[in-house]
Write a protein that binds this ligand. Structure first.
Ligand code: SF4
Length: 375
């Protein structure tokens, strides 16, 4: 399964916790749209398989005008063989959504929305410098249903300072009431180059304790499972049949083409990183210069990537596939480590696969690291 990721590097304002690549200067939006289409043309031979998923991420893809979204999608359809029933996702912020533009988004071919709710608390939304209010988020969800979206995901952030398990449980109850097909939850992490990073350094922001964050995460897993959501990846829960196909293909180690400033691509043995700067990206595309770096992955790096990405999912690592792809028996080479991780209640193991327990999911990257091969 091959996919295309489009990075839309614009946001209306900067959330205080975010270190993704974006600009709040929207004046270059149409130039970037044209450059993205140029990049698609330049790299149309990166994937030869049928395209099964298209994902608009960012930044905030919902800042795109309808004609810009149409321009990118029609360029993709002209250049690639796109499965007519492919999953086409657009990440959206509530302040951009209303009946008329949702109608347009759907008509353009988007069939899955991922709406950034983050929290139902207006006070916390303001504290995070989000543009929208809780009511706006609810209304955008209802409007999306009204125009016919049948596959909607919402994002929520747990471990917000001041939120204890009781408050977080109320947030989850409100999320459940929406009856979305998919829910993604992320713990608040404070990165250095952000407003929250500076506040933390100045001693003005106190993160919740690791124990509190862990208890909120584990409670979420229990709660959402009890309400019919499948916990299929560290941060992702879906109703049956509504996993994100696009993200699932990342975790399965499938090939994908990433286009736009800051986007990454993966072809199975190498990664490509586009420049994380809108002006440099535009200049390079327009002048025919290089706009990316390539990292060729050694065999050990390829195996480590497989371990890291597969372990994030409930499917886990398929041991036979690992052996047939890399001619190495993971379970034999790492037998002792696997036994220790299983005895610590972090890993479930049988002869066919390795997968994380809910406690293992909590520290998925740490567990993966213990199974890594030296580079
Ligand atoms: S809208 Fe999303 S990408 Fe933009 S600043 Fe906020 S969290 Fe980051």
């Amino acid at each position: 399964m091959a996919g295309i990721y489009i990075h839309i590097p614009f946001c209306r304002q900067a959330c205080h916790y975010c270190d993704f690549h974006f600009s709040t200067n929207l004046t270059k939006q149409s130039q970037i749209t044209n450059a993205i289409c140029d990049e698609l043309r330049l790299r149309s031979d990166y994937v030869n398989e049928q395209i099964e998923t298209i994902y608009f991420g960012g930044g905030t893809p919902s800042v795109l005008h309808s004609f810009e979204l149409a321009q990118i999608l029609s360029t993709i359809n002209d250049l690639f063989e796109v499965n007519p029933s492919s999953e086409v996702t657009l990440e959206a912020n509530p302040e951009d959504l209303n009946l008329s533009n949702l109608e347009q988004i759907r008509k353009n071919g988007v069939n899955r929305l991922s709406i950034g709710f983050q929290t139902f608390s207006d006070q916390k939304l303001r504290w995070m410098n989000r543009v929208h209010s809780s009511d706006q988020a609810m209304e955008s969800f209802r409007d999306a249903r009204r125009v016919g979206f049948k596959n909607i995901s919402i994002d929520l952030i747990y471990a917000l300072p001041g939120n204890d398990l009781t408050i977080w449980s109320e947030e989850l109850e409100r999320a459940i009431a929406l009856d979305s097909e998919h829910i993604s939850i992320y713990g608040l992490t404070i990165e250095e180059p952000t407003v929250f990073g500076h506040r933390k350094k100045a001693g003005e922001l106190q993160e919740v304790s690791e124990e509190e964050a862990a208890s909120q995460y584990l409670a979420t897993v229990e709660f959402l499972k009890s309400r019919g959501y499948d916990h299929y990846e560290v941060s992702n829960f879906s109703k049956p049949g509504f996993r994100s196909n696009h993200n699932s293909s990342y975790w399965a180690g499938e090939k994908y083409l990433g286009v736009g400033p800051g986007a990454h691509s993966f072809d199975g043995t190498s990664r490509q990183f586009n420049v994380r700067n809108n002006s440099k990206y535009l200049k390079a595309i327009n002048q025919g210069d290089s706009f990316f770096e390539i990292e060729k992955l050694s065999l050990n790096q390829q195996m480590n990537e497989r371990i890291l990405t597969n372990l994030r999912t409930s499917i886990g690592i398929d041991l036979d596939k690992f052996q047939s792809d890399f001619s190495i028996s993971l379970q034999d080479l790492h037998k002792n480590t696997i036994d220790v991780l299983a005895s610590e209640g972090l890993l479930n193991t049988d002869r066919k696969k390795l997968c994380l327990t809910p406690r293992g999911f909590l520290i998925a990257d740490e567990v993966a690291l213990k199974l890594f091969f030296d580079e």
